[in-house]
Design a protein around this ligand. Sequence first.
Ligand code: SF4
Length: 437
Amino acid sequence: MSSVNTAIQLITREQAEQKALGLAGTAATCSPALARGPWDYDLAEALAGVPAYGPGASSADVAPAATPRQGQLPEEYKKASDAELDARIRAAKATLGDRAVILGHFYQRDEVIEYADFVGDSFQLANAALTRPDAEAIIFCGVHFMAETADILSKPDQAVILPNLAAGCSMADMADIDSVTECWEQLEELYGTEPDADGRVPVIPVTYMNSSAALKGFCGDHGGIVCTSSNAATVLDWAFQRGQRVLFFPDQHLGRNTAKAMGVPMEQMPMWNPRKDLGGNDEQTLLDSRVILWHGFCSVHKRFNVGQIEKARADFPGVNVIVHPECPMEVVDAADSAGSTDFIKKAIAAATEPTTFAIGTEINMVNRLAAEYPQHTIFCLDPVICPCSTMYRIHPGYLAWVLEALVNGETLNRITVDDDVARPARVALERMLAARP
Ligand code: SF4
């Protein structure tokens, strides 16, 4: 099976040819700009003076002004052929040996994943880096918050490198420390800070792993905790034992899907819109709430809908539909099951008979699973090829650039989290690790 990138190149070429003939193409990608090198985007950003997330699902999301910009990749890496980049990456990797470890997120393109020493979700990768304490450099082929988490958990003398600084996460950026602090102050004014008769404080902050280090630190400082999509229910349970309610950020869908499955009624899950006073709620709604959901979402997982599931069921009777809990609630409700990337992987690995799976998560991961398990039919629910736009910003050219710089004694694109943020963030992460179902 060809990679997602190759498929996008072919589709874009076919669409141009079909258009010239006055015909409509058969396959589709959400943005033809995905066929170009991410450096075009770096340049467009520099010229426009405003940061953006890249082509695809997140391109309509507003990137905060403080979003890191990459600057220009040296021409030699832009112009290099795939074969030349491959040879240069392999040579640099061989020279560096154990001095460098490359981490690749499930949603990263195949052309980068092939050089990864470890492949996994953000937390698995941060933990994988811990198994290489002698590595001087951890090259994180993922997005910004993941590199921050790796820096928080790694040794101080290890450098965490993000090959393209513009590889952010639009969902993580939907909750910033200033807006969350302002929200917290409004909630404290409404609820006070005194525990109830059972010793439960009015509200516990819970942040999804997909958030800035500053928000993980906020949770550490305010009796809160981090969760992943694998352990969100365990973490919410931990929070309900200590608090009357939860403030959950940044992903409304993971919060809603998890709390709903735990029996929290919908009317007790108001949404907090950071642009409105009291998040756009009246006081009584917030007083009656159990989970306050931040108005954040993943633009990749928001693309999945019930119509796609209905079509999959009509086309493939008996299909097993599995979606990620970052998908909207109605999609999770219509699926056969929902769970983290790890859950999806394990569900497919556990199938003993040839099975048809329709998967609602990022296309790079779905295609890799399809290649890994040829005995099954595995496809992405979304027929339009739309990879995560920010993962797209990492390309073999950037990987070659940072690796060759390391060989030459230079550390580029290092991500560091200040100690006053890293310390409480570590507390919130440790609470998560200690939480038990
Ligand atoms: S898939 Fe969504 S949540 Fe994950 S990195 Fe991309 S934008 Fe962020």
